[in-house]
Design a protein around this ligand. Structure first.
Ligand SMILES: [Zn+2]
Ligand SMILES: [Zn+2]
Length: 396
């Protein structure tokens, strides 16, 4: 027989997990600022992982480092068996900009939520996992971890990303990288141009073709790129050129379609110039984000009870991508946004990096930790809640 849990019991437990976060706020602030001050790029986040796993161990978690054959991935767990609720930590920084995506706050909100949620696990059973997921920005660490089975026993997954809105559902596009190179033939650009094959012209034609293509793609898709090699000197016909592109779409089918169209633009460049084309698709493909609404509503209610006016849908249709998309394809997930900066500030900017170490940033991190731990309470206290979340996941 399923034991009924009284609403007042749940409320008491929620008050307790809030207190658990509050009593550790100085430690969480310090941890967050330390990670912020020591930005590490994807797959090199050794110090952040050291601090985070140490913190979890000190607070009763068992920790396994280097899971999925990724040196800076980890799994902290508390409790046993089902339901297994995962809270995801990111901790990689951006080249030159440091923590301009605020992953220091994601890391500490996950650790704070996990430790606070212990009270719920002690009372109702199940387990809470703090999953350390490296290299979100550059290499899609979670996509690799999903492929290697890190989430196969996870019932529900959640994380909170800092942003400029308080919103429980966010949009993130499917996405893949493309590296291209043209190989031509060098020649004196003035004395002997007819002997050359111009690899840069092949690239410029391809850019022009992609610009034309952009007029006729869905408004929710994105194609953007940079030239990483455009030749050696103005008096040499460029024998080599290279570029990096990213293609994004709302669903996988449209991404497939665009991948073919973009590649054809580069094929056009080779046809026109005679330069040879080589290309490589990114090893990791980011999946679109599936927001679980039943789970999102629980989190929204908890966040609102902390005094935040949380929206169900982010007004800014932010067309980024996240490897949380890949997790959301295999387990019911949420990836809410917590506001830490004014609306005019752009993520991946120096201003956002500052916000990630500001008082508003710390407040967002602490509220996120509380609301995630409260959501764990909702889930473990009532099997019907989990059933509802899972039902929605299966039904789409
Ligand atoms: Zn980012
Ligand atoms: Zn990010």
């Amino acid at each position: 027989m399923v034991k009924m849990v009284k609403g007042s019991d749940i409320d008491k437990l929620k008050a307790l997990v809030i207190k658990e976060v509050d009593s550790r706020q100085d430690q969480l602030r310090e941890l967050s600022l330390k990670i912020h001050a020591t930005p590490e790029l994807g797959f090199h986040e050794t110090r952040a992982v050291g601090w985070l796993t140490q913190y979890l161990k000190k607070n009763g978690f068992s920790v396994e480092r280097g899971i999925c054959k990724l040196a800076t991935a980890f799994r902290g767990s508390y409790g046993k068996g089902k339901p297994a609720i995962a809270i995801l930590a990111e901790y990689d920084a951006l080249p030159k900009l440091g923590h301009a995506c605020g992953h220091n706050l994601i890391a500490t909100s996950a650790a704070g939520a996990g430790v606070a949620a212990k009270a719920a696990i002690d009372r109702f059973g199940g387990s809470v996992l703090v999953m350390g997921t490296p290299a979100e920005e550059l290499y899609g660490g979670k996509a690799i971890m999903v492929e290697r089975g890190a989430f196969s026993n996870v019932d529900i997954a959640m994380m909170v990303h800092p942003g400029v809105y308080d919103a429980v559902t966010t949009e993130a596009l499917a996405c893949i990288g493309l590296d291209v190179e043209f190989f031509g033939r060098a020649a004196h650009a003035a004395a002997n141009p007819e002997a050359g094959i111009n690899a840069l012209e092949a690239m410029l034609l391809s850019f022009a073709a992609i610009n034309s293509l952009r007029q006729h793609i869905k408004s929710t898709a994105r194609i953007h790129g940079i030239i990483t090699d455009g030749g050696e000197a103005a008096n040499i016909v460029p024998a080599h050129s290279a570029a990096s592109f990213i293609i994004r779409a709302r669903d996988n089918a449209y991404l497939d379609e665009l991948m073919e169209k973009v590649l054809n633009c580069f094929v056009g460049g080779t046809t026109a110039t005679g330069a040879r084309l080589e290309y490589r698709w990114g090893k990791v493909r980011y999946a679109p984000l599936r927001n679980n609404l039943a789970l999102a509503r629980l989190f929204q209610k908890n966040m609102r009870s902390l005094g935040r006016k949380v929206l169900l849908v982010e007004p800014l249709k932010a067309f980024g991508s996240t490897d949380m998309g890949n997790v959301s394809q295999v387990a019911p997930s949420i990836h809410p946004s917590v506001a830490i900066a004014p609306k005019e500030v752009s993520v991946h900017s120096p201003e956002f990096a500052q916000a990630a170490a500001s008082e508003a940033g710390i407040k967002g991190m602490l509220d996120s930790a509380k609301a995630m731990a409260m959501t764990v309470v909702d889930l473990v206290a009532n099997p019907e809640t989990i059933a509802r979340v899972k039902q929605e996941f299966k039904s789409k």
